[in-house]
Design a binder for this molecule. Structure first.
Ligand code: SF4
Length: 745
């Protein structure tokens, strides 16, 4: 029987399964937050759009009856959803009708961070913002304003920044997430991977997950493809200290000691080379540096890796043979959240090299080519007025981290602290990202915020970062606004539309309107000549002869098929300087880094402590959804996973061992304490680490549901280790001990 995505989720995780089976869209919540009878699910009107419960961008169909959005379903015409949504996407009405939404613009009235605001008119809020930004530009230059952004509406604020004259635009999704992966693949193959990743999961015969818990990390299309691959007989190799959902489906589960992945990857390569299980012809034709690599891994045997990783040599050998045996349709998944130990670019390099050894780059079932749907930009007039700013505060090239390919959000924070060698950022615009949870070392961040002359936050909900802003602007949810087109590179090029399903509730406004109004108040109105986002999108489409009406009706237009791999006639290629895949990276060597990945032991924690690992729930997108009553029903708070054997000998629990479901407080190496959190005592995790789903322990009081629920991994992440190659902040370097809640000192 083919394993469908739904069945995959069901068999994988009880909470996720419940969400998928009951169908979140069939339950409806009143504006007061209490469940009320479902008015109907069919709707009398169906509006296509694309989802923003996370940033994957699946196509949705919003069903509307009597002006109320009753249900969200997947759009079959959209290649990222194929008619199916993940539980979060189906729960979008929980965001739209969240009773805690920001309703009107706010101006700070007390000390920054006291979270005391006055409701004001849009005119008052925007005039104040324009005045404060201009004061900063006059004193320090326009480049002293930085933008932090996450989400599709950020495009309007990026455009504003271009007009304003500041290149300082950063997103935590780079240096606090996928950055090391992008740097490693750029060094090895000459190109970052981007999103959606160019993977042919559906046709892989072996899928290796090392640092990815796909199925819990719910990128809809990838999970659908994973289920399809399993249904077709693909085998999984899962490397994870925790017995994840994916591990429960795996042929091989390698419960590796956290921080030792590079040693395991080198040992796998040793087996592939020693047993000639690599693709010798491919390696000879398309790569450079094999001899150095073979020499480098010659002594990195499974026996060498065993005491380091805790994985037995026979398991390392068997899994390596399986990975090599499935070549070239042997997919080493690159992961997405890749900032763990500060050596992450090298870890990702090892994964990229392994992918090349099995010949999967450019081949079916491996890494494939993607293209963007051909679109035109909006025809802007020439010679627009603008400030002339300096270069980026945090230069990707030539800065402290030479192989960073994007601005580091952490670099912008550093450039806000007094005494930065190049810069003195004085104002922040924060669009759609709760920096209090996205950035490590919260106490340092709070200190940094005090150095700002001004901060504006644009959000749908009163997230933690809003409490630190001077001006808070309520944005309409994605179901209440038109937006720019979505057309990421994909194996089937497509363009999708976002359109207003219902008018904005309260006094919220779409991002395009906010950015346009701000521009007109700062003398930059000529940069926003369109009447509204609809007109902007229409102009872009018409320039290419595309019909707005057709796109609005279908939700997505799909381009002609493209050749994506060698099997479809596309030659294997790399975009590096010499056109070869760099097994040995001279570029790294020239910069003083190891040209081949080297295992370096990580620091251990204090005795009696556990390394704190974090991950995702299929029902939540970080802290963005923890206040969503629909998604909270099946997953109301996070829990800390603790190994059952370790739980029996916990210091302080000698008389009465920790029981499953009991609440504990986590205390990190710097004495930071979490909220009481439920313990999941289980054999499904190693004894040297504990695990939390990220995004809980909200401190924002106005998020009435989420406030105080669960433990905040962000707060416990008081330390981080910077990746010297691209500046990513490795965050799995914190340790916690457990105290029984109620008995804590
Ligand atoms: Fe929405 Fe889920 Fe798709 Fe993300 S993966 S865009 S939450 S349906």
């Amino acid at each position: 029987m083919a394993v469908t995505r739904r069945r995959f989720i069901q068999i994988g995780g009880a909470a996720a399964g419940a969400a998928a089976v009951t169908g979140l869209g069939t339950r409806w919540w009143g504006l007061d937050g209490d469940p009320v009878p479902d008015p109907a699910t069919a709707g009398d009107r169906v509006v296509p759009s694309y989802c923003e419960l996370c940033f994957w961008g699946c196509g949705v169909l919003a069903h509307v009856r009597d002006g109320v959005v009753t249900k969200i379903t997947g759009n079959p015409a959209h290649p990222l959803s194929n008619g199916q949504l993940c539980p979060r996407g189906a729960g979008a009405t929980g965001l739209l009708y969240d009773p805690d939404r920001l309703k009107r613009p706010l101006l700070r009235r007390e000390k920054r961070g006291d979270d005391v605001f006055e409701e004001v008119s849009w005119d008052a809020a925007l005039n104040e913002t324009a005045k404060r930004l201009e004061e900063v530009a006059e004193r320090h230059g326009p480049e002293a304003v930085a933008l932090f952004t996450h989400g599709s509406g950020g495009v309007w604020f990026k455009h504003f920044m271009k007009a304003w004259g500041s290149p300082n635009i950063g997103a935590p999704s780079y240096a606090q997430c996928r950055g090391p992966r992008e740097a490693a693949f750029t060094v090895t193959y000459g190109t970052p991977l981007g999103s959606p990743e160019p993977l042919d999961i559906a046709n892989a015969r072996c899928i290796t997950l090392i640092g990815s818990h796909l199925g819990e990390n719910m990128h809809n299309t990838q999970v659908q493809e994973l289920a399809e691959a399993i249904g077709k007989g693909a085998g999984l190799v899962v490397v994870d200290p925790r017995f994840s959902v994916a591990a429960s489906k795996a042929r091989y589960w390698l419960p590796v000691k956290p921080g030792t992945d590079i040693a395991l990857l080198l040992a796998w390569m040793n087996v592939l080379v020693e047993e000639k299980l690599y693709d010798a012809d491919y390696v000879a034709r398309y790569t450079t540096g094999f001899e150095q690599l073979a020499k480098h891994v010659a002594d990195k045997t499974p026996e060498w890796a065993w005491p380091i990783t805790g994985v037995k040599p026979e398991l390392i050998r068997a899994s390596a043979r399986f990975i090599g045996g499935a070549r070239p349709a042997s997919l080493v998944h690159p992961g997405r959240h890749t900032v763990w130990y500060g050596d992450d670019t090298q870890r990702e390099r090892a994964m990229a090299i392994l992918a090349a050894l099995v010949g999967s780059w450019g081949r079916r079932g491996g890494y494939i080519a993607q293209e963007k749907f051909e679109l035109a930009g909006y025809p802007l007039p020439a010679d627009l007025p603008h400030h002339k700013g300096r270069e980026k505060a945090d230069l990707p090239k030539g800065g402290a981290y030479p192989l960073a390919t994007e601005v580091l959000a952490s670099g912008l924070c550093d450039a806000t602290k007094p005494g930065h060698s190049l810069y003195d950022l004085k104002a922040w615009i924060v669009y759609g990202c709760n920096l209090m949870q996205a950035m490590p070392a919260r106490r340092q961040l709070v200190e940094t915020l005090q150095h700002l002359d001004f901060m504006m936050a644009v959000d749908v909900l009163p997230s933690e970062i809003c409490g630190w802003a001077d001006v808070v602007l309520p944005e309409a949810t994605y179901l209440e606004r038109d937006d720019d087109l979505s057309a990421p590179a994909y194996k089937r090029p497509f363009v999708a539309i976002r359109q207003e399903v219902v008018p904005p509730m309260y006094d919220s406004k779409p991002g395009w309107w906010i950015a346009k109004e701000l521009a007109s108040r700062t003398g930059l109105g000529a940069w926003f000549p369109w009447k509204d986002a609809k007109e902007y999108v229409r102009a872009r489409l018409e320039k290419k002869g595309l019909s707005y009406a057709e796109l609005a009706a279908k939700g997505a237009l799909v381009g002609p098929p493209i050749a994506t791999c060698e099997e479809e006639g596309l030659p294997v290629s790399a975009s590096t300087a010499d056109g070869k895949i760099q097994l040995f990276a001279k570029e790294l060597q020239d910069l003083g880094f190891d040209p081949l990945p080297v295992y370096v032991p990580q620091e251990e924690g204090p005795p009696g402590s556990f390394r704190l690992l974090t991950g995702r729930s299929p029902l939540h997108t970080f802290g963005r959804t923890t206040n969503n009553r629909l998604l909270a029903e099946p997953y109301p708070e996070n829990e800390v996973w603790v190994n059952a054997d370790a739980a029996r000998s916990l210091p302080g629990f000698e008389v009465r061992p920790l029981a499953d479901g009991e609440r504990v407080v986590l205390v990190n190496q710097d004495g930071i304490r979490s909220n009481p959190v439920r313990a999941k005592v289980t054999q499904r995790i190693r004894g040297d680490c504990v695990y939390l789903v990220h995004g809980w322990g909200q401190t924002a009081k106005k998020l009435r549901y989420a406030h105080g629920r669960g433990a905040s991994d962000s707060d416990l992440t008081s330390r981080y280790k910077v990746d010297p190659i691209m500046g990513g902040t490795g965050m799995s370097v914190n340790f916690v001990r457990l105290e029984r809640a109620g008995e804590a000192a």
